[in-house]
Design a protein around this ligand. Structure first.
Ligand code: ASP
Ligand code: MG
Length: 458
C-alpha cells in the first residue's frame, strides 16, 4: 500500500487534476490511497470569507463564496460534464456544502466573532470539495476511485485549527473503512487537512496540514511509502530561487530533513511527517509537473551518504542576543538564570554558543526584544544584534571531513560573521551574518560545497 498526496497546485485546475489521476492510475498495482489538498488558493479564500463575515461584510462574503463555488463547478465541467449524472450529483453536493458554509458564516456575522470551531468547519470545505471532485473524476475515467470522508478516518484532539491526531482510534477507523475498500480493489480518495474529534466536531490539522494527513493515514494503514506530490522536484541543496543551480537531493534521512525544515526549508515540515518517522515509513517528495524526475526519498537511513553536507537553509530576520555575566554575579547558576527568563517569556532559541562568562543565542526577531532585554538586565550585560540571518549547512557527521569547515569559512572571507555554531551531533554548521550579506554568503557557501569540485553529495 502507498499513500499518494497531491498539494493544492497539483489539483489547481482540470488539466492538473487529470494529470494527477494519470499518476494514480499508473500506480494502481501498488494499492494507493489518495489524499488531496483543496484546489490551490481555496483555503485562503475560505479564511477570507470568515473574516468578511466577522466584519459583517455580507457583500464580500457572497462574492468570495460565489467565486469558490464557480471555481469548483468550472473544474467539474471540464472533467465530468460528459457524464451528466456525475456532474449533477457533484453540483448537488457542492450546493449542499455551500449552503452549509453560508449558515456558519451567518452565525459568525451575528456574533461578530469567529470561534476556532466554526472556522474549522468552514475551511474544511476546501478539501471536502476537492476530494469529492477527484473521486468523481476518477470514476469518470473508469478508475475505481471511491470517496471516503476524512472525518470518518482521522480522529483528533479538540485543538481546533491545529489539531493533533489520536492514532489509536484513527488506526481502528482506517482498518475498518480503508482496508476493506483496498481489498476490493478500490482506490480510496480523501481530503487532507481534516479530522474529527471523538465527540464529532470537524477539526483541521493546521495550515499545510494535508501532508500531515498523508502521514497519519500512511501510518494508520502501515503503508510502504508516502508520496508527497508537489510543484518542486524534491528537496534541494538550496532554495532554487536563490541558487539557480541548486540540485535535487536524491535521498536524505529524516533527521537531516527535519533540521533543514527548522532552518527554513519549505518542503517538508517535521511535525507533518512525524507519524511516518515513528514507523520508519519512507516519504518521497515528487513533482507533479515533472513526473519523470525521481524526487527525494526521505527515510531513516538516508542512503549511502554517511557524512558530508547535504543542503543549505537560510533563516532570515533573527536577532543575536549576547549576554555577559555582570560583575555582581559569579558564573555559577548563570545559564540557569538566563534560560529561566527565556522560558518565562516563551522565547525559543535556535543557536547557542558559550564561553566562561558569556552566552550568545539567536532568536526570531518577532519576539518582544525590549521585554526580554529588560528581564535579562539584572542578570547580565546584554547586547543585541538585529537584522541577522542564519546560514545553516546541514548534513551528517559534518566535521568528519575537515575540508567542510575549511571551505565554508574560506568562502565567507570579507563577510562579517556575528556568530557560528556546530551542532554537537554534527548535523548542522551554522553561521550568522547580516541580513544584507545573507544572499552573497549563501551563494559562496553553496559554490564551495556543492558546485565545482563538490565535497557535498546530493
Ligand atoms: N488546504 C490547506 C491549506 O491550504 C491544507 C494543505 O494545503 O495542505 O493550508
Ligand atoms: Mg497546500
Amino acid at each position: 500500500m502507498i499513500v499518494i498526496k497531491f498539494g493544492g497546485t497539483s489539483v489547481g485546475n482540470s488539466q492538473r487534476v487529470s494529470n494527477a489521476i494519470d499518476i494514480v492510475s499508473e500506480r494502481r498495482e501498488q494499492k494507493p490511497i489518495v489524499v488531496v489538498s483543496a484546489l490551490a488558493g481555496v483555503t485562503n479564500e475560505l479564511v477570507a470569507a470568515t473574516e468578511a463575515a466577522r466584519a459583517s461584510d455580507s457583500a464580500r462574503v457572497d462574492e468570495i463564496i460565489r467565486a469558490v463555488r464557480q471555481r469548483h463547478e468550472d473544474v467539474a465541467i471540464q472533467l465530468v460534464q460528459q457524464k451528466i449524472d456525475f456532474f449533477e450529483t457533484f453540483t448537488r453536493q457542492l450546493d449542499k456544502q455551500i449552503e452549509q458554509i453560508h449558515t456558519i458564516l451567518r452565525g459568525i456575522a451575528l456574533l461578530g466573532e469567529i470561534t476556532p470551531r466554526a472556522k474549522d468547519k468552514v475551511v474544511a470545505i476546501g478539501e471536502k470539495l476537492s476530494s469529492v471532485l477527484f473521486a468523481y473524476s476518477m470514476m469518470m475515467r473508469a478508475l475505481p476511485g471511491e470517496h471516503v470522508h476524512s472525518e470518518d478516518v482521522v480522529v483528533t484532539d479538540n485543538h481546533f485549527g491545529e489539531a493533533a491526531p489520536l492514532m489509536g482510534p484513527t488506526r481502528e477507523n482506517a482498518q475498518r473503512v480503508l482496508i476493506p475498500l483496498i481489498e476490493r480493489g478500490r482506490i480510496p480518495v480523501m481530503g487532507g487537512f481534516i479530522g474529527r474529534t471523538e465527540d464529532g466536531a470537524t477539526t483541521t490539522l493546521g495550515r499545510g496540514g494535508s501532508d500531515y494527513s498523508a502521514a497519519i493515514v500512511g501510518a494508520a494503514v502501515g503503508a510502504d511509502e508516502i508520496q508527497i506530490w508537489t510543484d518542486v522536484d524534491g528537496m534541494m541543496t538550496c532554495d532554487p530561487r536563490l541558487i539557480p543551480n541548486a540540485r535535487v537531493i536524491d535521498h536524505i534521512s529524516y533527521v537531516e530533513a527535519a533540521e533543514l525544515a527548522w532552518f527554513g526549508a519549505k518542503v517538508l515540515h517535521p511535525k507533518t511527517i512525524a507519524p511516518a518517522v515513528e514507523l520508519g515509513i519512507p516519504v518521497r517528495v515528487v513533482n507533479t509537473h515533472n513526473v519523470t524526475s525521481p524526487g527525494t526519498l526521505v527515510d531513516a537511513d538516508g542512503g549511502s551518504h554517511t557524512h558530508g553536507p547535504r543542503a543549505i537553509a537560510v533563516k532570515r530576520s533573527i536577532a543575536v542576543v549576547q549576554m555577559t555575566a555582570n560583575a555582581m554575579l559569579g558564573a555559577h547558576g548563570f545559564l540557569a538564570r538566563l534560560f529561566a527568563i527565556f522560558e518565562q517569556l516563551e522565547v525559543s532559541v535556535d543557536l547557542i554558543t558559550t564561553s566562561e562568562v558569556s552566552v550568545s543565542v539567536t532568536i526570531d526577531e518577532k519576539h518582544n526584544l525590549a521585554k526580554l532585554i529588560e528581564k535579562l538586565k539584572p542578570v547580565a550585560d546584554v547586547e543585541v544584534l538585529e537584522n541577522q540571518s542564519i546560514i545553516a549547512v546541514v548534513g551528517r557527521n559534518l566535521m568528519k571531513n575537515t575540508e567542510v569547515g575549511a571551505r565554508v569559512f574560506e568562502s565567507l572571507q570579507g563577510i562579517d560573521i556575528a556568530m557560528f555554531s556546530l551542532g554537537t551531533s554534527g548535523l548542522n554548521l551554522s553561521i550568522v551574518v547580516n541580513d544584507s550579506d545573507a544572499d552573497r554568503a549563501v551563494k559562496s557557501v553553496h559554490r564551495a560545497l556543492f558546485e565545482n569540485a563538490a565535497v557535498g553529495a546530493a
